[in-house]
Design a protein around this ligand. Structure first.
Ligand code: ATP
Length: 252
C-alpha cells in the first residue's frame, strides 16, 4: 500500500483554480519532489495535504486512511508533519524546547499533574528531555540545546525545524523549500541530512524545491506542477529531461 495516495484534488480561490485535478502516489520510504515555476500551486498542495485548506473535490489517503477534510491537528496526529518555506520556529524558546513542542503528541500529562508538579509530570518531562536530546544529537544540535532558537545560524535553524517535525513521529514528512536562502555548502549538508532522515527514520519525504541540484541529487521521483495542473510525473532524470518541463521553467 502506498504511503500517500492523492486522487484528483482541486481547489479554487475566487475564479482561480490554484490546484486542478492533482493526483500523486508516493510509496513508503520514497524521497519525492514536487517542482514547478513560481505560483504553480506547490505550497497550495502542501496546504491541502495538511488540512490548512479542504479540497473542493478529490481524496487524500495516508497509509490507507482517508484524511480528506480533517483538521491540521488531526492530520498531524494521523502522521503528516511539515516544515515551512519561511522558517517557523518558536524563536524565543530554546533549541531543546522547540523539539519538545513536537513531542507533545506522544508524551502526555494532565494539566493538574503539570500545575501541581505531581510525580508523573517529572517523569514525563524527563522522558521528553531525553528523547529531545536524542533527536538533537542526530542533527548535531545537542551542544546548542540551551541556545535561543533565533541565535542559531540559518542552516541550523532549518535542521531544527526538521528535528521538531520528526519529534511528532510522522509517517510522511513534507519539506517546503528546505534549501531556500542557503549557500551551496549549507545545501550540500542539507542534502545529507535529508538522506539520513529517510534512511535512519525510515521516513517517506515529499519536498518542494527550486534548487535543481538538490532535486536531481536526492529525489527519486518528481511531479511537475504548472498552472495548478500536473505537467508530468515520473523518475527524476526522465522528468528533468522532458522538453515540456524545460519550456515551463523557461516560460517559452
Ligand atoms: N489563500 C489564497 N487565496 C487566493 N489565492 C491564493 C491563495 N493561496 C494561493 N493562492 C494563489 O494560488 C496560486 C498558487 O500559489 P502557490 O503559493 O501554491 O504557488 P507555489 O507553486 O507554491 O509558488 P512559489 O514557488 O512561488 O512558492 C497563486 O496564483 C497564488 O496567488
Amino acid at each position: 500500500m502506498a504511503m500517500l495516495e492523492v486522487k484528483n484534488i482541486s481547489i479554487s480561490f475566487g475564479g482561480l483554480k490554484a490546484v486542478n485535478d492533482f493526483s500523486v502516489t508516493i510509496e513508503k520510504g520514497q524521497l519525492y519532489g514536487l517542482i514547478g515555476p513560481n505560483g504553480a500551486g506547490k505550497t497550495t498542495v502542501f496546504n491541502l495535504l495538511t488540512g490548512v485548506y479542504k479540497p473542493d473535490t478529490g481524496t487524500i489517503l495516508l497509509d490507507g486512511k482517508n484524511i480528506t477534510g480533517r483538521s491540521t491537528i488531526e492530520i498531524n496526529q494521523d502522521g503528516i508533519a511539515r516544515t515551512f518555506q519561511n522558517i517557523r520556529l518558536f524563536k524565543e524558546l530554546s533549541v531543546l524546547d522547540n523539539v519538545k513542542v513536537g513531542l507533545h503528541n506522544h508524551f502526555k500529562y494532565s494539566t493538574i499533574e503539570g500545575i501541581l508538579r505531581l510525580p508523573r509530570y517529572y517523569k514525563v518531562e524527563k522522558q521528553m528531555n531525553e528523547r529531545a536530546m536524542e533527536l538533537l544529537k542526530v542533527f548535531e544540535l545537542d551542544s546548542v540545546a540551551d541556545y535561543k532558537a533565533s541565535n542559531l545560524p540559518y542552516g541550523a535553524q532549518r535542521k531544527l525545524e526538521i528535528a521538531r517535525a520528526l519529534a511528532t513521529e510522522p509517517k510522511l514528512l513534507l519539506l517546503d523549500e528546505p534549501a531556500a536562502g542557503m549557500n551551496p555548502n549549507e545545501t550540500a549538508e542539507l542534502m545529507d541530512t535529508i538522506r539520513f532522515v529517510r534512511d535512519n527514520f525510515d521516513m517517506t519525504i515529499l519536498l518542494i524545491e527550486h534548487d535543481m541540484k538538490l532535486v536531481s541529487g536526492i529525489c527519486e521521483k518528481l511531479t511537475v506542477l504548472n498552472f495548478g495542473q500536473v505537467l508530468t510525473q515520473g523518475d527524476t532524470q526522465t522528468v528533468l529531461n522532458d522538453h515540456r518541463v524545460i519550456t515551463a521553467y523557461l516560460g517559452e
